[in-house]
Design a protein around this ligand. Structure first.
Ligand SMILES: Nc1ncnc2c1ncn2[C@@H]1O[C@H](COP(=O)(O)OP(=O)(O)O)[C@@H](O)[C@H]1O
Ligand SMILES: [Mg+2]
Length: 502
């Protein structure tokens, strides 16, 4: 007879509903699956056959089975339809037609009929709630993330048999309680700004970056503390809001990297420079978020920036501009969010000692030029703060005086962010770094004295128009840190120090 079950498929961070229709009637044994499916779904045929048999149910021989995944214009792939398809085949062998539309069913089947976890359970549970679907059956291992959603019955199942018994109302699965796990932390050990000796200039730059959401480039010889400085950046960023936590957790759910429920800390991602394009920006056969989306609302650290392949670096352009990444696919495109603070670090040259007062650089002039040219203008253009991190002398390193800890700096960052929140209320801008020309004009007016200073700097330092805009944005952030409505000459003077090649 005929059975219809409700399922869904993730599409970017949202979902699309899919109906699984199963019809069986007498004829030569055959199973066909239609509805714009790819090979991964066709492969499910054998898996379903084994799972049904090994769960103690009949596989209908001398029947023709037709499975339709609707709507037919949505491309379907992956293993999440294993469960509704197998359940449909079992249920369709009864004498009555059956339509179950108050329960969302999905999951991958093992050959013995047990359920395997699925990526993207959290967005699926959210989707079910939005659609007013009352129940959602999920693989037990996905329970932690699914229970983050309130107001919907989460029914964890271990295997196919349990699902069938439930759908036939023979043995009802009881809704799961909310699970509270301990944090899934991004960083292994928390660093604190007070551990860093000296480097006041770089620390201040990080404070400005955190406050205004500015990207930052750290240049300095090996061992000068670039990596250490960057690792402290998440500790001075404002805590995440509930909404942001859910958004980040959704991304990790789709990437299949979630095991412990809600992510409460800002992500810190530092991919190696040999990373591929797809791993950085996302994509692949079953589109997965890349490092830039995993760093969403946190920090993306690209250490040894000039070593990254040019193609990979260029792929950062669109996300740095838009805060999202669009992944083009054969059938339509999809989007993942990717709004992060980029911290790039570089040595001054391949050997690391160009311009060093004590050590001698052994690089050829030609390699030096090539190295410095590796980061393209358009990318540098999107990095507001360019900071030199010098090697510390012995006095500074052996200094035992305590400096400010992260918590104090974070308070200042939070109040600067509040000012920006009010300034950009009712727009889709969050921080000063995202200001376009019209906002620059509106919020970054200079008094005549400051204008004079800036004019002088532009002429003397041969600054380009883009450097000019960058200086204005940084000045705005420095003024916000100072709780000042107007940009004063002091703010501008400080901003000019974060200069700012080209
Ligand atoms: N200012 C500093 N205060 C304390 N330790 C530092 C400082 N700068 C560097 N270090 C230590 O020196 C080592 C190298 O620093 P690192 O951040 O890896 O340098 P880089 O990334 O610039 O090559 C690390 O063990 C770090 O803890
Ligand atoms: Mg380093």
């Amino acid at each position: 007879m005929f059975v219809k079950l409700a399922s869904a498929t993730p599409l970017g961070l949202s979902c699309q509903s899919v109906e699984v229709e199963v019809d069986i009637h007498k004829g030569q044994t055959n199973l066909s699956i239609v509805g714009l499916t790819d090979t991964s779904i066709q492969e499910a045929k054998d898996r379903i056959h084994s799972a049904i048999k090994n769960s103690g149910y009949n596989y209908p021989f001398n029947f023709r089975i037709l499975i339709n995944l609707a709507p037919a214009n949505v491309h379907k792939e992956g293993t999440a339809y294993d469960l509704p398809m197998a359940a449909g085949i079992i249920l369709a062998q009864s004498e009555e037609n059956l339509v179950i539309d108050d329960t969302l069913v999905f999951g991958e089947l093992a050959l013995d009929g047990s359920l395997r976890p699925i990526n993207g359970t959290l967005p699926m549970a959210m989707f079910a709630k939005e659609q007013g679907i009352k129940n959602i059956i999920i693989p037990t291992e996905n329970l932690a993330e699914a229970t983050l959603i309130n107001g919907i019955n989460i029914l964890p199942a271990k295997n196919l048999k349990q699902v069938i018994e439930h759908l036939l109302k023979k043995q009802i699965i009881s809704p799961a309680e909310k699970i509270i796990f301990k944090d899934q932390t991004g960083a292994d050990t928390p660093f604190d700004m007070s551990q860093i000796k000296g480097q006041e200039f770089a620390k201040r730059a990080l404070e400005v970056a955190a406050s205004g959401g500015h990207n930052i480039l750290l240049s300095g010889p090996p061992g000068s503390g670039k990596t250490l400085l960057t690792k402290t950046l998440p500790t001075i960023l404002p805590p995440l809001t509930e909404e942001e936590m859910l958004e980040i957790t959704k991304i990790y759910s789709i990437a299949g990297l979630l095991r412990y429920g809600l992510i409460r800390q800002r992500p810190f991602r530092s991919p190696h420079h040999t990373i591929s394009n797809v791993a950085l920006v996302g994509g692949g056969k079953f589109p997965r978020p890349g490092e830039i989306s995993l760093a969403h609302r946190g920090v993306l650290f690209l250490d040894e920036f000039p070593e990254f392949s040019r193609e990979v670096v260029e792929a950062l352009r669109q996300p740095l501009e838009d805060g999202t990444i669009t992944i083009a696919r054969a059938r339509g495109s999809m989007q993942f969010p990717a709004r992060f603070i980029l911290v790039a670090s570089q040595n001054p040259c391949p050997c690391g000692y160009a311009n060093d007062p004590q050590k001698v650089c052994v690089c050829l002039q030609s390699t030096l030029t090539k190295y410095q040219k590796k980061i393209s203008g358009p990318i540098l253009d999107r990095i507001d703060l360019h900071v030199e991190v010098p090697r510390l002398n012995f006095d500074k390193l052996s200094n035992t005086k305590n400096s400010e800890n992260s918590e104090i700096i974070r308070e200042r960052v939070i109040s600067a962010r509040k000012i920006q929140q009010q300034r950009f209320a009712h727009t889709n801008i969050f921080t000063n770094a995202e200001m376009g020309n019209s906002e620059l004009k509106k919020y970054c007016a200079l008094d005549p004295e400051s204008l004079n200073l800036l004019r002088g700097a532009v002429e003397k330092m041969h600054l380009s128009a883009r450097s000019y805009n960058r200086i204005l944005k940084i000045s705005r952030t420095i003024a916000d840190l100072d709780k000042s409505e107007n940009i004063s000459i002091n703010h501008l003077a400080e901003a000019l120090q974060f200069r700012i090649k080209n």
